[in-house]
Design a protein around this ligand. Structure first.
Ligand code: AMP
Length: 425
């Protein structure tokens, strides 16, 4: 079987790595891949946002299954186009992907289906914004409606700050593209949790839970990023909580989407805040998370291809996945300056030695390979991932590997999983 993966980040490297482990897979192709992926897959140049170009490459290559990593091609309707041409592809259609691509769609959907979510107001003009802001206390959360790679959320400490952020989203100054509407949301506090399920449009199978670290700096300070690290342990949520989340969130979403004629197949990522009044949905993503996927797939012991086929063919069952009881973590190494401006093209050293450490896998995100050497090529550069019997050991392994790697101005958080370690030991 030949599998095509679309994307070029750490998540896609983890997908390629796991898919290759299936005895049924003879070749993994990737468009466009990165320096590390190209060591493990046949990389083909192409822009994941260019649907026509991807279709033409898929037509030439005739993969048995295509797996889409990032959200943009899903939101642009790649799954619809593949399906129309009889090509097997894993993921939701454009209409179903609105759960991620439109915050206002997701909020209104959750309200229609009684799925727990923060109080909110959708505003499409300055006038509406000023009126709605009066209904919230501070801090208040301001969200751009469309896709913003994790950068479309501002937690405003004052109403002036909220109004400025919203106006920046309307005008396009804040994100580079104007937002037709913004969502104001009640600020929630608690621990964040990433709860993912695989669905075939009717049934769901939960993946193991994980926790992401979104802020750039230690102690959860600094700007929001695409994710600076993650860990996955069974102790994040107990079986009754998994059942609660399936009953109150995952199954109602899948049933609600089906009842509205937008059947949802693929991975549904539920970003939750575990608050004093119970779990509340912050957002949905219509694909695997990054860097949670790196940590989660490190614990997967069953065949990912089987799971993906079950989603496509309508035979997902709850016991679909087999997981290791081990704990895993992923520490992201980023370019200095990320998520702001940064300089690419820095030579990376120490990768070969670090990769030799036991139970460590280095997933590449923003890298290229030239003349046998690796260079930085993006904000998030590497996801150093490790697995062990305890979180303490997994973190020690990952950081040992991180310390063997170097490039100019490299930046990483030294406190991935630290809060969990403190609360459990
Ligand atoms: P989102 O893209 O909606 O997940 O938001 C990105 C990040 O912003 C989340 O992971 C949270 O850290 C934070 N966030 C989003 N919504 C809220 C909220 N209502 N209250 C507190 N923090 C939030």
């Amino acid at each position: 079987m030949r599998i095509l993966v679309i994307g070029n980040g750490g998540r896609e490297h983890a997908l390629v790595w796991k898919l290759r482990q299936s005895p049924r897979v003879s070749e993994v192709l990737c468009i466009p891949g990165n320096g590390g992926i190209c060591e493990e897959a046949t990389c083909l140049p192409g822009d994941p946002k260019n649907i026509e170009a991807i279709l033409s490459l898929a037509h030439q290559q005739q993969p048995d299954i295509t797996v889409v990593g990032p959200e943009v091609p899903l939101a642009l309707g790649l799954v619809d186009e593949f399906s129309r041409r009889g090509l097997r592809i894993f993921g939701p259609t454009q209409a179903a992907a609105q759960l991620e691509s439109s915050k206002s769609f997701a909020k209104e959907f959750m309200q229609r289906h009684q799925i727990p979510t923060a109080h909110y107001a959708v505003c499409s003009s300055e006038d509406e914004l000023r009126k709605s802001l009066g209904l919230f206390s501070t801090p208040v959360v301001v969200k751009a409606d469309g896709l913003a790679a994790g950068k479309g959320v501002v937690i405003a400490q004052t109403k002036d700050e909220a109004a400025n952020a919203a106006m920046g989203m309307f005008s396009g100054k804040l994100l580079g593209v104007p937002s037709a509407c913004v969502v104001l949301e009640e600020f929630l506090s608690g621990e964040e949790l990433s709860f993912l399920v695989l669905s075939d449009g009717e049934r769901v199978a939960p993946l193991v839970a994980s926790q992401d670290h979104k802020r750039a700096g230690e102690g959860d300070t600094g700007p929001n990023t695409g994710g600076m690290g993650a860990y996955s342990t069974d102790s994040l949520i107990d079986p009754p909580m998994v059942e609660w989340l399936l009953h109150h969130v995952a199954r109602p979403v899948i049933a609600g989407m089906k009842s509205e004629g937008t059947e949802y197949r693929g991975v549904l990522y539920c970003g939750l805040m575990m608050t004093a009044r119970g779990p509340i949905v912050l957002e949905f993503n219509c694909r695997f998370g990054d860097p949670e996927t790196q940590a989660v797939l490190m614990r997967l012991e069953s065949d990912l291809v089987e799971a993906i086929e079950a989603s496509i063919e309508g035979r997902v069952s709850e016991g679909l996945f087999h997981w290791s009881a081990d704990v895993s973590c992923c520490v992201v190494i980023a370019s200095g300056g990320y998520p702001g401006s940064f300089i690419s093209g820095k030579k990376i050293s120490g990768l070969e030695q670090a990769a030799q450490l036991q139970s460590v896998k280095i997933f590449h995100a923003g890298t290229t390979r030239r003349d046998g050497a690796y260079y930085t090529n993006g904000g998030r550069v590497l996801g150093v991932t490790a697995r062990a019997g305890t979180l303490k050991d997994a973190l020690a392994r990952a950081y040992q590997a991180v310390e063997m790697i170097s490039f100019e101005d490299m930046h990483y958080r030294k406190d991935i999983g630290a809060r969990a370690l403190q609360s459990k030991t």
